[in-house]
Write a protein that binds this ligand. Structure first.
Ligand code: ADP
Ligand code: MG
Length: 240
């Protein structure tokens, strides 16, 4: 589903991604952990082209998103992304947040887009919030809406960048439940998370990133129980 070949990304003189090569199969749930500043967010942002790679190649399905002539909207349709801070449009209702992109980028009529939106609101359990504005929602509700908004484009892949890190503890579970439902439906996902229990439960593969590289990877349980690299051991000793 995704092929990443020798991906490099620098900001000025700062080399943040130092040659990442990886494959993500359809239906895989790749969980990514690693110290702050190791390049996890930049890695995900390159995969939906919010950051332009400095060099290397990224294929999503059979589309080379690093191709010069790539249509950015096509990438946004294929690859959904959910952020730590939700990034809902504050001046739009929940329904407008969800219907905007399908109408603009996929050419759905308002009626069609609202149909899709209501189905997704049911899925995340928030149909009654359709006409609310984001500032009237809890953090957990905002994040569930952000997930629904992303799913409205019917993406082939979903990227999650610390989706629960900004939430109060009692709201973490409701968001993880929604993500777990996507796992059960076979959605291909890459998830940066600090929720180690969740990573172990849903991850088909775990990547440990350090200083712009994938330092270690494997079955999540095996990496947690038996990390091979010293840096992985050190990191896990702090977070587990
Ligand atoms: P992580 O998500 O693992 O904490 P990031 O990918 O956010 O790491 O950041 C990796 C490094 O890249 C950090 O040193 C960060 O300051 C730097 N960085 C990220 N985005 C930018 C940017 N837009 N401009 C300059 N430096 C950036
Ligand atoms: Mg980050």
């Amino acid at each position: 589903m995704i092929k990443i070949n020798n991906l490099h990304k620098s900001f000025g003189n700062l080399e943040v991604l130092k040659g990442i090569t990886d494959y993500v199969n359809k239906g895989e749930v790749v969980v990514i952990i690693g110290p702050s500043g190791s390049g996890k967010s930049t890695y995900l942002r390159c995969i939906n082209y919010m950051e332009e790679p400095t060099s290397g190649q990224i294929l999503v399905g059979d589309v080379d998103i690093t191709d010069q002539n790539m249509d950015i909207n096509l990438i946004r349709r294929k690859v959904g992304m959910v952020f730590q801070h939700f990034n809902l449009f504050p001046h739009m209702t929940v329904l407008e947040n969800i219907t905007l992109a399908p109408m603009k980028l996929k050419g759905l009529s308002k009626k069609e887009a609202e149909q899709v939106a209501y189905n997704l609101l049911d899925k995340v359990g928030l149909r009654e919030k359709a006409n609310e504005y984001p500032n009237r929602l809890s953090g957990g509700q905002k994040q569930r809406i952000a997930i629904a908004r992303s799913l409205a484009m019917n993406p082939e892949v979903m990227l999650f960048d610390e989706p629960t890190s900004a939430l109060d503890p009692e709201m973490v579970k409701e968001v993880l439940e929604v993500i777990k439902e996507l796992v059960n439906e076979g959605m291909t996902m890459m998830i940066v998370t600090h929720e180690m229990g969740f990573a172990k439960e849903v991850g088909t593969r775990l990547l440990f990133m350090d200083e712009g590289k994938i330092l270690e990877q494997g079955n999540p349980k095996e990496v947690f129980e038996n990390p091979k690299e010293e840096r992985t051991k050190l990191f896990l000793s702090k977070v587990l």
